[in-house]
Design a protein around this ligand. Structure first.
Ligand SMILES: [Zn+2]
Length: 354
């Protein structure tokens, strides 16, 4: 039976919690243009002349970029309200908003990320009340922070958050689970023990791209993000529920039924078949919008395979907003993702444990 779509992967990112240099680096537009747009909008100016000219030639795209930049430069509450409105108009019943805790090492200019973490948590935990339960917050769990396990468990038990988001490319290797020499690994064990016992879900960034921690070498990012790093975690916590976000990317994800040996998809599939709590989300694959027929055919193979109950849908909003509006993305996904509002929505509920 058809129901509402569950979007398992979205963000709330403003300049208070996501440094401008990282934000600007995400665009396909040249950096000087994005910086120019940011400056102009921050200064309350209308667009400068070169941008107006560029606008003439790229109208749709620049308008979308401007909207995304305005969301980024606005308040966390405004961004949440925009996402809520977009979800309602696109017929999406629930959107999971994944928190982000980027380590503050003082090299991101004037932004104090550590200070703003508390503000972010306050906004995140207010989301269900603000949006009638449509936006569902995930706590940003970085096991390296002092008291990280205690805070994550407290916020989960209080019902304020529905799961945690982890981002190992920010600089930690989860293989250190149980290593007495890594003090922070105690936080990981303590949290995973509680999460496994309570059935609370963990979403982990799993892609060669995205944000890398300030002390992480570019070449190590992919290694830190690989599903393979999680094998010792599942040996120790075999029932832990973990969603590998981005599902190793478009090419890798769609090969899940028959992956290349030793590829990320191969490890992911192996983990899915061995452990009951292993999931992957498809946030966000451009093929869903750009070549819906082809994407649908390949996706049908994933859904007729043994891993079909482990697949979740995600939009990566608002990061996709430079390319597509939310409504456009969801209506394209209705065509290109079979089971979007049936089996995938039901997988999302299983993962959440409701
Ligand atoms: Zn994301």
């Amino acid at each position: 039976m058809a129901g509402l779509v569950v979007d398992c992967h979205a963000h709330n990112i403003t300049k208070a919690i996501y440094p401008r240099e990282l934000f600007v680096g995400r665009f396909t537009l040249p950096r000087f243009m994005v910086n120019g747009l940011c400056d102009a909008i921050e200064d309350g100016l209308d667009m400068c002349l070169p941008l107006r000219l560029a606008w003439k030639f790229l109208p749709g795209k620049l308008q979308r970029f401007e909207n995304l930049i305005r969301l980024y430069l606005g308040t966390m509450e405004d961004q949440a309200r925009a996402l809520h409105a977009a979800a309602l108009s696109a017929g999406v019943g629930q959107v999971w908003v994944l928190g982000l805790d980027i380590p503050d090492v003082g090299n991101y200019g004037p932004v104090s990320l550590a200070k703003n973490l508390q503000a972010q948590l306050a906004v995140l935990e207010a989301l269900p009340g603000m949006t009638g339960g449509v936006l569902v917050p995930f706590y940003p769990f970085d096991p390296r922070r002092d008291g990280a396990a205690v805070s994550a468990i407290a916020r989960m038990s209080g019902g304020r958050f529905r799961g945690v988001k982890m981002y190992s490319a920010l600089g930690f290797n989860v293989e250190a689970v149980g290593d007495p020499k890594a003090a922070w690994s105690r936080n990981m064990c303590e949290a995973f023990e509680a999460f496994e016992a309570e059935g609370w879900p963990v979403v982990v960034h799993c892609s060669g791209g995205g944000i890398r921690g300030p002390e992480v070498h570019e070449g190590d990012m992919k290694w830190l993000s690989s599903p393979e790093r999680w094998r010792p975690v599942f040996k120790r916590f075999p029932k832990l529920r973990v969603c590998f976000a981005h599902g190793t990317g478009e090419a890798g994800f769609l090969t899940l039924p028959n992956p290349k040996p030793n590829s990320w998809a191969w490890h992911l599939r192996d983990l899915m078949l061995r452990y009951e709590g292993v999931y992957a989300d498809v946030s966000f694959h451009s093929g869903m919008v750009e070549s819906p027929g082809k994407y649908r055919m390949r996706f049908e193979k994933v859904l007729s395979d043994a891993v079909r109950r482990r697949i979740l849908f995600g939009s990566d909003a608002p990061l996709c907003f430079g390319e597509y509006s939310y409504k456009h993305l969801i209506s394209a996904a209705r065509e290109s993702v079979p089971g979007l509002d049936t089996v995938l929505a039901s997988n999302a509920r299983d993962f959440l444990g409701v």
